[in-house]
Design a protein around this ligand. Structure first.
Ligand code: HEM
Length: 146
């Protein structure tokens, strides 16, 4: 697949993913205490079902396109400390792997019945911080040099 197509798919999927996390943490997180807990729980349950249908596809495109892009930079990634670009890209990929680890943790917790709303919120906030840094690195790696 061509590099411009991979970048476009990766960027579109990143917008969908980062936008969803922003919505959950900043917008939805900010209405706690302003509507009844029962209504909020209902909305969160319905949104959760919808997200579980759509987000796996978004993540598939995001990570598959990311791997395709990384493959084209494999020479740089083979020496992660040789250039600022390689270092920042490696860090970005490590953080993306950590985000994936968050999903696995959430799935394991849910399977064991230990994913309460407090733990779920902590995971969401952590993912939000991760994606903020990932996006800064994704752009910074082209502009920051040392
Ligand atoms: C949470 C997951 C991820 C997010 C939110 C994310 C986000 C982004 C964003 C916003 C860009 C800039 C695209 C542009 O403006 O052109 C980018 C670029 C890039 N990403 Fe990711 N990414 C993620 C995962 C990955 C993974 C898993 C890999 C590789 C294994 C990867 C490899 C790359 C590469 C190589 C570029 C540079 C593309 C270019 O030449 O512009 N990304 N990413």
């Amino acid at each position: 697949m061509s590099y411009p197509l991979l970048v476009t798919l990766h960027l579109l999927a990143a917008i969908a993913f980062v936008g969803t996390v922003f919505f959950e943490v900043i917008l939805l997180g900010g209405v706690h205490g302003k509507v009844s807990e029962a209504s909020l729980t209902k909305v969160e349950t319905v949104l959760g079902i919808r997200a579980r249908k759509i987000m796996p596809w978004v993540l598939l495109v995001l990570y598959a396109a990311g791997i395709g892009l990384a493959w084209q930079h494999r020479a740089a990634l083979a020496q992660p400390f040789a250039t600022s670009f390689a270092t920042l890209l490696s860090l970005k990929i490590l953080l993306a792997i950590s985000v994936f680890g968050h999903f696995v943790t959430a799935m394991v917790m849910q399977h064991r019945g230990r994913l309460n709303s407090k733990r779920s919120r902590k995971l969401h906030i952590s993912i939000f911080c991760h994606v903020l840094v990932i996006v800064l690195l994704a752009k910074g790696m082209f502009f920051i040099h040392w």
